[in-house]
Design a binder for this molecule. Structure first.
Ligand code: CMC
Length: 374
């Protein structure tokens, strides 16, 4: 069996999927056939959610109904806010999100129904409620009351509004919407795979998303964007970036925001996030973050031949908007719920239990010794 082992399941194809295509050699990413380079220019996050779940772009009427359904589902049950208020203030936002999503299933009217229609209704509620949950925790941990959602704002603008209590500028709302589009799906990444493994036992959407949030939390996956900003904070100013990063490389450190299991070139999402972070930075009078990251990117690419991934510039954009670093990974989840739900629907539609094997390398002849004789 040894020849068959692929550590980390690298390049192992376990099923077909119609949702997302990644060309790791050319650096292309398509959702249902549409290039993200086009979607960031022409689409909105809500439309991308529709595309991922229903498999085609909506008509105007379909999109209006979808946007309305999402906007109408944003409120959290009062008892869920009570659960949040009872958590220790120091609880990490990703843990709050994981706990909150798991708890939301108890309030969901379709909890016991795993049909496609019920899973779509649950997906709408989760995609609408998760931004409210993340924003509510930010307020609660600062000793403030959560801000009620504003149904007149789009999903991205409303999240920023609930987080700070102030309506975002057009550039902030657009940047956040594009960031959500760019993170919406990415084939069988670790969290989506976790969601599909859970869904493949015929478990429900909330359980699959709870599994996915746990997988996304780690620093090798969604947690990398927060780590990037910790690096930026340590570097402090662009003039120090080259020396700092050369030393980190000499110390054989893993540089967050670089490298990818699938892309052999630059992640196609990184350039959009760089452009938006730079534009926001110029407007806010903060060019240091992008300046530092540009130098880091130049040195790491030249020295290691590994390229920026989606996490390199996203945190800089969020930080310029005043969002704390430990909220970056929950924000990733607010977008990836689109992909997770699409994959759960696809898994349920063509299900087979996902159950790989291990090559056993432990002993086979152990003789039980009673505890008194050990
Ligand atoms: N910094 C330094 N060296 C790296 C990095 C990095 N970020 N990424 C890969 N390498 C080196 C690694 O040391 C190894 O070198 P060698 O063969 O000499 O030992 C080689 O490249 C292959 O690395 P690997 O860890 O075996 O590659 P992988 O496919 O298992 O890992 C990865 C992919 C994304 C986990 C890895 O590139 C990494 O740890 N990057 C930093 C964390 C990060 O930015 N994660 C976000 C990924 S994209 C968004 C997402 O999925 O959430």
């Amino acid at each position: 069996m040894t020849d068959l082992i692929k550590a980390g399941l690298e390049d192992v194809v376990i099923s077909t999927s119609e949702i997302c295509f990644i060309d790791g050699q050319q650096g292309r990413l398509l959702y249902r056939g549409y290039d993200i380079d086009d979607l960031v220019v022409h689409s909105t996050f809500e439309e991308v959610v529709y595309l991922l779940w229903y498999g085609a772009l909506p008509t105007r009427k379909e999109l209006d109904a979808h946007v309305k359904a999402l906007a109408a589902s944003r409120r959290l049950p009062a008892r869920l806010i009570g659960i949040l208020k009872n958590l220790p203030r120091k609880t990490v936002p990703m843990e709050v999100l994981r706990t909150g999503v798991s708890a939301l299933s108890a309030f969901d009217p379709d909890e016991r129904d795993n049909s496609r229609e019920a899973t779509l209704r649950k997906a709408i509620r989760l995609a609408a409620q998760m931004p409210t949950l993340v924003a509510a925790w930010e307020r609660i941990r600062r000793g403030k009351e959560p801000v009620a959602p504003n149904p007149r704002l789009g999903l991205a603008a409303n999240f920023l509004y609930m987080l700070s209590g102030r309506k975002p500028t057009e550039l902030e709302a657009k940047t956040f919407d594009v960031a959500l589009i760019l993170h919406a799906d990415h084939e069988y990444n670790a969290s989506t795979f976790a969601a599909r493994v859970t869904a493949a036992t015929l478990s429900d959407l909330h359980s699959a998303v709870t599994s996915a949030i746990g997988a996304l939390k780690g620093p090798l996956h969604g947690g990398a964007n927060e780590q990037v900003m910790l690096m930026v904070d340590q570097i402090k100013e662009p003039a120090r970036a080259e020396t700092w990063i050369r030393k980190a490389l000499a110390d054989k450190a893993r540089i967050m925001g670089f490298g990818h299991r699938v892309y052999r070139v630059e992640d196609p999402r990184a350039k959009h996030l760089r452009r938006l972070a730079a534009e926001l930075g110029r407007q806010a009078g903060n060019t240091a973050y992008v300046g530092i990251l540009d130098t880091v990117a130049r040195v790491v690419t030249a020295e290691k031949h590994i390229y920026p991934n989606v996490d390199l510039y996203s945190g800089a954009a969020y930080a310029i908007m005043g969002i704390p670093a430990d909220q970056f990974t929950p924000i990733f989840a607010l977008s990836r719920i689109a992909g997770w739900a699409a994959h759960v629907l696809e898994q349920h539609a063509h299900n087979r239990l996902i159950r790989p094997r291990a090559e056993y390398t432990g002993p086979t002849q152990a003789t039980y010794v009673p505890i008194s004789q050990r």
